[in-house]
Design a protein around this ligand. Sequence first.
Ligand code: UDP
Length: 455
Amino acid sequence: ICKPTKDSHVAILAFPFGTHAAPLLSITRRLATASPTTLFSFFNTSQSNSSLFPSSDLPSNIRVHDVADGVPEGYVFSGRPQEAIELFLVAAPESFRKAISSAENDAGKKVTCLLTDAFFWFASDMAAEMKATWVAFWTAGPNSLSVHLYTDLIRQSAREKDGCMEETLGFISGMEKVRVKDTPEGVVFGNLDSVFSDTLHRMGLALPRANAVFINSFEEIDNTLTNNLKSEFKLYLNIGPLALLSSTSASQSVQEDPHGCLAWIKKQRTASVAYVSFGSVMTPPPGELVAIAEGLESSKVPFIWSLKEKSMVQLPKGFLERTREQGIVVPWVPQVELLKHEATGVFVTHCGWNSVLESVSGGVPMICRPFFGDQRLNGRAVEVVWEIGMTIIDGVFTKDGLEKCLDKVLVQDDGKKMKSNAKKLREQAHQAVSVNGSSVENFKVLLDAVVNILN
Ligand code: UDP
């Protein structure tokens, strides 16, 4: 039984690191526009909020709240990887509880739905206590969602197979081509007891209890995986690719182009340009940065390289001057727009989910250099499931390896096959977000799940 939506109050709980909060905000905007009588309270750390809200063009039914970042007063960072993430996660249940309760008092409306980053497994109990629904957003792809859902099973199988890294996950429907070594750290290898590994493990156990789980992808990208996840969750909704729904990337609401990349690419030949980027978190080690620069230069391929300002000093001496006519190196590019441009011929990527899906949306084949987390899984899908790209030769950048890969993808027959597969996938992605497309229909179901109050 559904009550009228005007009483509903949705609390959105964002994860303030990497490319997580921005896509959640972009979905919140769409939901808020579609349901103007519902109040949406967006909870995120002040630091992440300040990068998300440079302007104040929010629908009036979205209210933004700061939550604690979990860093104790006077705390000195030791430099451990993921330290800030762990501090945040440990404090998160309490931080969110406090902030929600004060927002409820301010608004005079009890929260009726928790719409959270899927990492927040504790939202399951929180929602039960609050008599609210729980709707979870998995910000990466279906393959990594599947790995976290079946972590216990994968661990058990790895024990039986004596930890063989080449074994495939054939016992999970849709994961037949994935090897143990492709899984993220913290599932079978790496630190299984870290706060982060534990969070993902608990998440996998909790998500089947969520009223709905949704992701930025489209069903047809992998029907077997989609059907299997549909059988595991109460509702499993693919609502993407977000990159095709508006001209926004997952990480920026406006595709700003302060460095003139679009003007530059307009002058290039069809499918000739290599676009190089490793997302918002990762920068390759200095030796690999040099190899990329040397490989690009000797290949003579026109390039756009998104490289953080602080890493530019690592480039070989004279590289920028020598390649002035060949390419540009800038600290930020309008990635979605670049990947949609016909001159882009290949994307050299770390295989973050948003990047991969944006490349699929643009029909651009990829050269993959995954580093950590779900990136190896995404790279594996690119290479052997969809056959729309290849892993960098030897797994790390070398001058010769990059040159050979660029030649393979941009010139050789292998590349033509990748390109044609990528174009087919792009077609399916476009259909999913067209009238009556699967993602459009799923968004309506999501809206219902979020704004209707269940009795
Ligand atoms: N991005 C961009 N311009 C850049 C670099 C990155 O617009 O110069 C965007 C890109 O479009 C994507 C996001 O940043 O939406 C990166 O997300 P992804 O999941 O690929 O990687 P992460 O940042 O989480 O490692």
